[in-house]
Design a protein around this ligand. Structure first.
Ligand code: HEM
Ligand code: HEM
Length: 263
């Protein structure tokens, strides 16, 4: 049985910059949903109450555009920081999608169906988190681009055919609903309602995650951080056979400076 001490070891997962960036993104996204969806569904009572509560349709539109602009700038800085981090400071490309993600997904499906004894051994971000991250980044680029077209239609149509405006509107409005549903159903489930973290995954508030969770959720990263084999962390070697690059992922050097925190 694991000792009390092992239970209480916490490992740094996010620095202050990532925590602040996440919450700026989340707050702006929530305001954009709150000011965007009532424009899409104006006939509902709740839409009318939100619009009236925010001071009428003109202020709702202004607030939406302002938050949209700030979110687009946050996204641009995120991409610039990520690209320069990887190119200049040799950051590990931990959000890139690899063949291992496909196998992790397959292995977890088998595990959930009872066809496999152990869950997949994932790296710093698992395939679900990568899906969500790329959804937010690619979706953010689309929302920013189409939002700017809707904001400045006459300026834009000086350079491109007028049909881009209704097309941009169709993309903006449908992607908005999709993004809202993905975040509400998928992300909020994983960070609040999933039995593994309920009532709240505090990693994005404190920046810390328990070593116990690392063993279950990110054993490949933990093995790399502690300089151990994957088998030593998870207690079996099934994963390596199914996902050939798991071992390689561990071999390729340290990701973050290990910082353990006694809670
Ligand atoms: C109640 C609101 C929210 C909570 C409690 C929350 C919590 C979290 C947590 C705990 C993580 C880190 C997971 C990990 O260990 O890697 C995370 C990551 C992330 N969050 Fe949120 N989040 C919230 C809202 C949002 C919103 C509104 C968005 C975007 C529109 C968002 C986008 C992301 C993205 C892209 C990641 C990185 C990928 C991932 O790890 O899933 N979050 N969030
Ligand atoms: C992910 C975040 C966003 C969501 C969820 C969202 C949602 C929406 C929705 C649902 C509409 C109503 C469309 C309709 O009437 O069918 C809308 C309109 C609009 N959005 Fe967004 N949007 C987002 C980001 C942005 C961004 C980044 C910008 C600008 C850079 C922007 C600018 C606009 C503009 C200009 C309109 C037309 C209404 C108006 O003139 O104010 N949006 N948005």
């Amino acid at each position: 049985m694991e000792s009390k001490k092992e239970k209480d070891i916490y490992i740094r997962r996010f620095g202050l910059y990532r925590i602040v960036e996440h919450w700026i993104n989340a707050v702006l996204f929530a305001i954009l949903v709150l000011t965007g969806l009532p424009q899409k569904f104006p006939v509902y009572d709740i839409s009318q109450s939100i619009i009236l509560g925010l001071g009428g349709i003109e202020s709702v539109r202004q607030l939406h555009r302002l938050c949209g602009l700030v979110l687009t700038l946050v996204l641009v800085q995120h991409i610039l920081v990520a690209v320069s981090g990887v190119l200049l400071f040799k950051w590990r490309t931990s959000m890139f999608i690899h063949e291992k993600d496909f196998w992790d997904n397959m292995n977890n499906l088998k595990y959930y169906l009872g066809l496999r004894k152990h869950p997949a051994s994932c790296d710093r971000f698992d395939y679900r988190q990568k899906f969500e991250y790329w959804g937010v980044v690619v979706g953010g680029i689309l929302m920013g681009a189409t939002g700017l077209i809707l904001w400045f239609p006459t300026l834009i149509t000086r350079a491109v055919p007028a049909m881009v405006v209704p097309n941009a509107r169709a993309l903006h409005t449908n992607e908005a609903l999709l993004a809202f549903l993905v975040i509400i159903i998928w992300h909020i489930y994983h960070v609040i309602f999933s039995p593994e973290v309920f009532p709240l995954d505090t990693a994005i508030l404190t920046g810390k995650i328990s070593r116990k969770r690392m063993v279950h959720e990110h054993p490949v990263e933990l093995a790399r951080m502690e300089g151990k084999s994957l088998e030593a962390i998870v207690g079996h070697d099934e994963q390596v056979g199914h996902a050939p690059d798991a071992k390689e992922a561990i071999m390729s050097g340290p990701l973050v400076v290990k910082e353990e925190i006694e809670k």
